[in-house]
Write a protein that binds this ligand. Structure first.
Ligand code: 5AD
Ligand code: SF4
Length: 449
């Protein structure tokens, strides 16, 4: 730690997916080594980082509106003789590069997801030279190796990125361009990080990747293993009680992974497996590489392996060329599956993706109506799933204190939020909870004797 950075404060705002949450944690850790501590007050921050998401247009516009607000704060701080460095990280940084500091001159540093390990060095360079820096290359060296292995975790649950990037090239999606080609970390590397996390109190790990079930990391022998092999290895770690993974692609839903859901007790009965649409015509135009029938067959196999599994999906409505008939097929698929959880979006045209140039863009009003109808159905399904747990006693891992005193909040195996009256000493413990009621997004219960 150097004297000039000893008291510096960093404010990080995270947009988008869990991968960004993980990356933000890792950036905080890299900066801690450089004397930065975290603040939740923007006005106090010597360094502001926006870890951005590029997946839909709205997400991008939000970043630019935040930058306007940050500029005002920076100007105020400047009048008080304080410096503020502004960094844009994440997928907007990767996709827009120098365009960001052209549009928002307040930005000092633009850094893509592959270069976070260089953050302290890049900041120093920016401070010393007073110039704007844009670092969005995809270096050959491996970013994970540069990040501190020992992690400071404050919760019983943690994310662990095992795979990054995507080679699937769905025609609507920017991820293959912003996160690059598919890359898997080695088993030894993942195991080491998992072991460290468990030693610092983590009981539940969520393995992350844009295409997590395409994982193919190398073992000590140089052979490759699948995500199922990795899960079975991690399950041997004493003290690790629960394993989850997301996000998966139907094409990589292999039989060994499905089998792990049947016989690996630490693997939680929850599967986020986006289908996006129920129309084969639209799935083909999306380049999803699976049909509705193939998706349904996978669901059948998964349910045969683990009948109580909670299924989750991402859906897009209003993809170019989507007709009423295509949309009805989407509703039909959703009715057939019965999802416990879901994320649904209006198609958002992303520059540079093939779908942006497709004819027959769907009018916004039509897409909005479809989204309303779809979300009505999906919300009902989620409520039905939650309602069926009422009366059951299920194990809950308590993660945090609730807003009201004496209440702890945790997760069921099915990833439902569960609230129960409990002493704070029970944080980080898994306890049986008798579920008594359910609200729109959470369950409530009492700890069973
Ligand atoms: N428009 C709308 N939704 C999108 N997604 C990805 N790209 C787009 C887009 N251009 C959704 C998909 C994906 C999730 C992370 O975001 O459903 O699974
Ligand atoms: Fe994007 Fe498709 Fe890759 Fe998912 S599988 S990250 S939607 S390109």
């Amino acid at each position: 730690m150097t004297a000039d950075t000893a008291a510096k404060k960093v404010f990080i705002k995270t947009f988008g997916c869990q991968m960004n949450v993980y990356d933000s944690e890792r950036m905080t850790e890299a900066l801690a080594g450089d004397g930065y501590c975290e603040t939740t007050e923007l006005e106090d921050a010597d360094l502001v980082i926006l870890n951005t998401c590029h997946i839909r247009e709205k997400a991008v516009e939000k970043v630019y509106s935040d930058l306007g607000r940050i500029r005002d704060i920076r100007d105020r701080r400047r009048r008080d003789g304080k410096d503020t460095l502004v960094t844009v990280a994440g997928c907007v940084a990767q996709a827009e590069g120098a365009e960001i500091s052209r549009r928002s001159p307040v930005v000092d540093l633009v850094v893509g997801p592959q270069s976070y390990h260089r953050l302290p060095e890049l900041l120093k360079q920016s401070r010393e030279t007073g110039t704007r820096i844009v670092e969005t290359t995809f270096p050959d060296e491996e970013k994970f190796e540069h990040l501190t292995q020992k992690r400071q975790v404050r919760s019983a649950t943690a994310f662990l990125t095992i795979q990054e990037g995507c080679d699937k090239f769905c025609t609507f999606c920017v991820v293959p361009y912003t996160r690059g080609m598919e890359y898997s970390r080695s088993v030894a590397d993942v195991e080491k990080e998992a072991q460290n996390l468990v030693e610092s109190g983590v009981r539940e790990l969520t393995l992350l990747g844009q295409n997590v079930n395409a994982y193919h990391g190398v073992t000590e022998t140089g052979a490759e293993t699948t995500i199922a092999g990795l899960i079975r290895r991690l399950a041997r770690i004493d003290g690790l009680e629960r394993i989850r993974y997301m996000t998966s692609h139907p094409r990589n839903m292999s039989d060994d992974l499905i089998a792990a859901h049947a016989d690996e007790p630490k693997l939680m009965p929850y599967l986020h497996l986006p289908v996006q649409s129920g129309s084969n015509r639209i799935l083909a135009a999306m380049n999803r590489k699976h049909t509705a029938e193939e998706y349904l067959r996978i669901i059948e196999k998964v349910r045969a392996a683990r009948p109580d599994i909670a299924l989750s999906t991402d859906m897009i409505v209003g993809f170019p060329g989507e007709t009423d008939c295509d949309f009805e097929e989407t509703l039909a698929l959703v009715k057939t599956v019965g999802f416990a959880q879901s994320y649904s979006f209006k198609y958002s045209s992303r520059p540079g993706t093939p779908a942006a140039n497709m004819d027959e863009q769907v009018p916004d009003g039509v897409a909005s109506d479809r989204l309303t109808r779809l979300q009505y159905l999906l919300t009902n399904q989620q409520e039905r799933f939650n309602a069926q747990t009422v009366g059951q006693t299920i194990p809950v891992l308590f993660e945090r204190t609730g807003r009201n005193g004496g209440i702890l909040v945790g997760r069921s195996p099915y990833l439902q939020l569960v609230q129960a009256e409990a002493d704070a000493a029970l944080l980080g413990k898994i306890l049986p909870v008798a579920i008594r009621g359910h609200g729109p997004g959470s369950l409530s219960g009492v700890i069973a004797a």
